[in-house]
Design a protein around this ligand. Structure first.
Ligand code: AMP
Length: 408
């Protein structure tokens, strides 16, 4: 179905064409017509599904451009705010709406200057928005549409009190569009009283949105993770990869170790200044760095095209994070590869991931790598019968001809 059939005007459709989008994604097909009719929307969609277009396009269609903030898009992280701003500015090229983002970690000056020049669509992280409002440079009294992006993440990150404060600054009569990667009971309960007769739209659950991702698990002794990673990277001819580490310190140490082994990598996490983070992201985007080491918080929502591999240096504790991580690759129909380095003590987390996604992940080895003693999940894992028995009932490790079997 072409974009024009969703009820969008020609200027918005021209913006879409300029981005090279030929037809709407499922979330866009479902959400845009409902939004255009003025309904409140509760959407379950993850990054990578085209959700940004699903809320930006109706906003551009529904509000005038006159230099007053008529639409407010609140999002949990600075990177997301920046990315939404970039995409919305492109989509608004022919509609002539002024789109600006405000977020913390950078100086106020430029943001205030742009606000005083007139803004139609404001993209904001909660803290900076409240700051600027209290300084009297943001007037939210004309907002007609509120978009809340990644509502589940807002809750997780403790932003809910700020969100409530923001809601109190908005006109009562307005259209709301809430987007969330998950729609569990807590989310439904918390947002329920903020929406009026919402239309709920959702797209295929996590396990099918990542069907273009080939997922591999590399069981390894934890002491050999870096060595194995270097061997793996050397065996790959070409890549643009994001590597996930569990903590900022591990991300730093891994980056140093990679660079010391002659593998170029850049690191991004929340201890780095916003300027540094933006610069590193830009360098990754432009191809100056082919490897980006990151933690979950900073990587969430990173929208960079052509990411060939997502590498889990550490298995995430929360299965949702696994899905978010591997969603950084296989964007917009491309194929991608997700690699997970699995230590013995992470097998419980892997099992949670398999339960959530409904896929048993297969083991792979790096040929010729001198594996130290390790535990390998047994071959029964290949069965799809996930409920009947423990997925990890035994394992074999080998070094110098010595075989080991463990039960756990
Ligand atoms: P999002 O889920 O909003 O983060 O979008 C994920 C990626 O899909 C971005 O790189 C978009 O540019 C791309 N995208 C969004 N909508 C479409 C579409 N209708 N056709 C092709 N690509 C799209």
């Amino acid at each position: 179905m072409p974009f024009a059939e969703l009820g969008l005007g020609s200027n918005a459709v021209d913006g879409v064409k300029a981005l090279g989008w030929n037809e709407p994604t499922p979330i866009q097909t479902k959400a845009i017509p409902e939004a255009l009719q003025g309904h409140d929307i509760l959407a379950c969609a993850q990054t990578g599904t085209g959700k940004t277009g699903a809320f930006v396009l109706p906003v551009l269609e529904l509000i005038p451009h006159e230099g007053r903030i008529r639409a407010l898009i609140v999002t949990p992280t600075r990177e997301l705010a920046y990315q939404i701003e970039e995409m919305a500015q492109k989509l608004a090229h022919h509609t002539h709406h002024a789109v600006t983002a405000v977020y913390g970690g950078v100086a106020y000056g430029t943001q205030i200057k742009r606000l005083t020049h007139g803004v139609d669509v404001l993209v904001a992280t909660p803290g900076r928005l409240l700051d600027l409002e209290s300084k009297g440079v943001v007037d939210l009294s004309h907002v007609e549409i509120l978009v809340l992006d990644e509502a589940d993440r807002m809750l997780d990150m403790g932003f809910w009190p700020d969100v409530r404060r923001i809601l109190r600054l908005l006109p009562k009569k307005r259209q709301n569009m809430f987007f969330s990667a998950t729609l569990n009971d807590t989310i439904q309960r918390v947002v329920g009283d903020m929406l009026t007769d919402p239309v709920t739209v959702s797209v295929a659950p996590a396990s099918t949105t990542v069907e273009n991702v080939e997922q591999r698990v590399y069981p390894v002794n934890p002491a050999q993770k870096t060595e194995l990673l270097v061997a793996l990277l050397r065996s790959m001819s070409e890549y643009r990869a994001i590597i996930f580490a569990r903590t900022k310190r591990r991300a730093d140490r891994l980056t140093e170790a990679l660079n010391a082994s002659g593998v170029d990598a850049a690191v991004i996490h929340s201890d780095l200044s916003q300027v540094k983070r933006s610069k590193t992201l830009e360098q990754f985007r432009s191809g100056k760095h082919a490897l980006l080491v990151s933690t979950d918080v900073t990587a969430r929502g990173i929208d960079i095209e052509g990411v060939t591999h997502v590498i889990n240096y550490d298995v995430p504790d929360r299965p949702e994070d696994y899905v978010h991580r591997i969603g950084r690759t296989a964007r917009a129909g491309e194929k991608g590869i997700a690699i997970t380095l699995l230590a013995y003590e992470e097998m419980g987390s892997l099992r949670d991931i398999e339960r959530m996604t409904g896929h048993v992940l297969e083991n792979t080895d790096v040929e010729g790598f001198d594996y130290a003693d390790r535990v390998v999940p047994n071959s029964e894992r290949k069965t799809q019968d996930m409920g009947a028995r423990s997925l990890f009932s035994g394992g074999v490790g080998r070094r110098g001809g010595r075989k080991r079997t463990r039960r756990f």
